[in-house]
Design a protein around this ligand. Structure first.
Ligand SMILES: C[S@@+](CC[C@H](N)C(=O)[O-])C[C@H]1O[C@@H](n2cnc3c(N)ncnc32)[C@H](O)[C@@H]1O
Length: 452
């Protein structure tokens, strides 16, 4: 009988790692993907999903460990979908992340560019300033945590090695309080129940917390008792926000938000700048490495104080404001209006008078800005995972912007966009991966480009 079917066990040498963090091995010229396995491992696996040329295996036992393997230090590592590389030595992760960028640029972009060693963290733990935690019921118990890898079952959180400890402390208090007050968690299957997610943000600079409770219903039952209890138990909590998301959707946040108690913003800092962050605005999740990334951007821009600098996809204006003291003028563009309000407030908060921010899509706002400002000397582009609209890159090139710094959280779209920019006459400088997300598969990269 064929050995290529569900349930059959094999011993396989793992030789690669996908961008999702799954080990890759071969069985008679067919490919098998194995979560929790890394290159250099010999593993015993059971086939769990089989197609003609490829299959997925469940790791049963590591027969011979890779020299890059470590024992995961988090008790949730096996199931939790939050980290994918808990079982890989940190130095090996950094090398793998660099290789991810090299491979994407070569294979997808057809580019040969110098890629520097990944800038890692000296202490790669407890770095996250934000967590989005779903709630639910499992076996009658209220649970709250992270989705399991590849499913919507919730891993009930007790501890987390990548979140700031205050986030975990508040998360556990929310779960306890919701359970004791009888606030029903959301049921995804029936689209019933109340509390869908707790989104928690922490300011590293101030050690303060913001809690966003996302409900399906307009009302949050027992909200007064809940707030009284949480603020008593967690003195670091300074803001409680209610967000309503009545839709059947995987999107976490709904459109309606109101502050129930305390501050409207969380105050944080990166390097010399202070930032006010509103509940729904994008803010980089790793403040320690954000500083490394922003310093890299500033260095690469080589500003003299006279330049007009665009900050496209600017979020709460964080990068543009970071470099404003070295620029003549900074112009930010961002599609979320609350983030632009934050950006303007942040300029004021830091006494920065040479920065302006526009609400709109980069692809629509850029042509108008180019018409208005005769010379744009440099641009920072930091798009979401899907990368830049091709029209944005064409417009930057047509306007003759001499220097670009591209910040990317997705090597595939980075490769596509850099390839377009190379075709438009930009020379690609060294590519610098920065590890914003230790123990996960995610890779952040900064690249300098100058016009030939
Ligand atoms: C990766 S974040 C970068 C934010 C910021 N540069 C920072 O470092 O905090 C990408 C931002 O692009 C915004 N965005 C998404 N699509 C956009 C578009 N078409 N035009 C302008 N902004 C967009 C998102 O709302 C988000 O704030």
């Amino acid at each position: 009988m064929s050995n290529w079917r569900v349930g059959v066990e094999h011993v396989v040498a793992i030789t690669g790692l996908t961008h999702e963090g799954m080990g890759v091995g071969r069985i008679d010229n067919r490919v098998v993907f194995v979560p929790q396995a890394i290159p250099g491992d010999q593993v015993r696996l059971r086939l769990v999903h089989v197609k003609e040329r490829l299959a997925y295996g469940e790791l049963l036992r590591v027969v011979e460990p890779s020299p890059q393997r470590r024992a995961p230090s988090c008790p949730h590592a096996l199931l939790c979908g939050g980290c994918q590389l808990q079982h890989m030595d940190y130095a090996a992760q950094l090398r793998w992340k660099r290789q991810q960028v090299v491979d994407a640029l070569e294979r997808l972009g057809g580019l040969e560019v110098e890629v520097l060693a990944t800038l890692g963290m000296a202490d790669p733990y407890h770095y996250r300033n934000k967590a989005q935690l779903p709630l639910g019921r499992q076996g009658g118990q209220l649970v709250m945590g992270f989705f399991q890898r590849g499913s919507h079952d919730i891993v009930d959180l007790h501890t987390c090695e990548i979140q700031h400890p205050l986030i975990t402390k508040l998360a556990l208090a929310v779960k306890r309080a919701a359970g004791e007050l009888g606030i029903e968690p959301y049921d995804e299957v029936r689209h019933s129940g109340v509390l869908r997610h707790a989104v928690i943000r922490v300011s590293f600079a101030q050690g303060k917390l913001m809690l966003i409770l996302v409900t399906r219903t307009r009302e949050l039952p027992h909200s007064a008792e809940l707030i009284a209890r949480l603020t008593r138990e967690i003195p670091e909590l300074v803001s409680v926000v209610h967000n309503i998301n009545p839709r059947v959707t995987n999107v976490i946040l709904g459109r309606e938000t109101q502050v129930l108690w305390g501050e409207e913003h969380l105050l944080d800092a990166v390097g010399h700048l202070r930032y006010a962050i509103s509940p729904l605005s994008f803010f980089q999740v790793n403040p320690v490495q954000t500083r490394v990334l922003y310093d890299l951007v500033r260095q690469n821009l080589r500003l003299t104080g006279a330049e007009t600098v665009l900050d496209l996809y600017c979020g709460a204006g964080t990068i543009g404001l970071y470099v404003a003291a070295q620029a003549g003028q900074v112009i930010g563009v961002e599609s979320v209006s609350a983030a632009v309000e934050d950006a303007r407030r942040n300029a004021e908060l830091n006494g920065i008078a040479n920065a302006e921010f526009h609400v709109g899509r980069a692809e629509e706002e850029l042509p108008k800005l180019i018409q208005k400002h005769t010379a744009i000397d440099a641009a920072i582009v930091d798009p979401p995972r899907k990368g830049c609209d091709a029209a944005v890159l064409r417009a930057l090139s047509a306007a003759g912007v001499p220097r670009l710094v591209y910040v990317s959280c997705n090597p595939s779209t980075l490769a596509r966009d850099l390839s377009q920019l190379a075709g438009l006459g930009y020379r690609l400088g060294p590519v610098q991966p920065v590890d914003m997300f230790p123990w996960t598969r995610h890779v952040e990269t900064g690249v300098l480009m100058s016009r030939l």
